[in-house]
Write a protein that binds this ligand. Structure first.
Ligand SMILES: Nc1nc2c(ncn2[C@@H]2O[C@H](COP(=O)(O)OP(=O)(O)OP(=O)(O)O)[C@@H](O)[C@H]2O)c(=O)[nH]1
Ligand SMILES: [Mg+2]
Length: 220
């Protein structure tokens, strides 16, 4: 595990306490915003808690729309952090995958959009792949890892809904994800277990994002 740096933790807290606003929605690959600052994307199966995590990170209740019904987020939604025009970073909320209850046509459109974005975006610094802590890895998650590995796109697993997991489950889940990632070239080894409900792991994730920006030499 990477040791926490109290100074960076505090800088990260301040960054996420600052301005954050919705700037763009893309439903098609030719509808992406012009490239600008570093982007960090949140991917994962439908209902895993991507939009909720974005809200928890930024301390907003309803920046990104959440829902009990899978398939809530249907576009790539871009959010800019910091002062408009000089923002250090964008956060990108993605539609979920592995959800069968929408039309084949919609699934195909979303999949194409996500794949094109994930493979061909130079400003994309990391993809956080969210995995439901109660259920662990499922086949569509492994397909996502394959895609990211084959595009050499850096990714990191975030386990979600920790508040709904027993302690024994938490340890077992962390271990099984660790094993699954061990030989994957583009996977970041650190796994963060979060709860958007009670805030566990959120500060750690903010610090991880700040560390990534620092490593890339981005001012924030
Ligand atoms: N208990 C608990 N519930 C959560 C947590 N995060 C999200 N949820 C719930 O899970 C459901 C789905 O959350 P969303 O954030 O909409 O999930 P999503 O991944 O954005 O879903 P799609 O946009 O449909 O792909 C909602 O009912 C949330 O309240 C968490 O940390 N703990
Ligand atoms: Mg969503």
């Amino acid at each position: 595990m990477i040791e926490s740096d109290p100074e960076l933790f505090e800088r990260a807290r301040k960054l996420f306490a600052g301005n954050c606003e919705f700037i763009w929605a893309a439903a098609k690959i030719d509808g992406l915003p012009p490239m600008g600052p570093v982007e960090i994307a949140f991917a994962g199966r439908s209902n895993v808690g991507k939009s909720s995590l974005l809200n928890a990170l930024t301390g907003r209740k309803a920046l990104a729309r959440t829902s009990n019904t899978p398939g809530r987020t249907q576009q790539l939604n871009f959010f800019a952090m910091g002062t408009p025009g000089e923002e250090p970073m964008r956060l990108v909320d993605m539609p979920g995958y592995g959800y069968a209850a929408v039309s084949k046509e919609k699934i195909s459109t979303w999949t194409k959009l996500m794949h094109a974005y994930l493979r061909g975006r130079a400003s994309l610094a990391r993809v956080f792949v969210l995995v439901d802590g109660r259920h662990g890895l499922k086949p569509p998650d492994l397909e996502m890892f394959d895609l990211l590995d084959s595009s050499a796109m850096s990714y990191q697993v975030i386990l979600t809904k920790k508040d709904e997991c027993k302690k024994s489950e938490v340890d077992a889940r962390l271990e099984s994800v660790r094993v699954a990632l061990a030989k994957r070239p583009a996977a970041h080894p650190e796994i963060i277990f979060t709860s958007s409900e009670n805030g566990e792991g959120i500060g750690e994730l903010r610090e991880g994002i700040a560390r990534l920006m620092k490593e890339r030499g981005t001012e924030f």
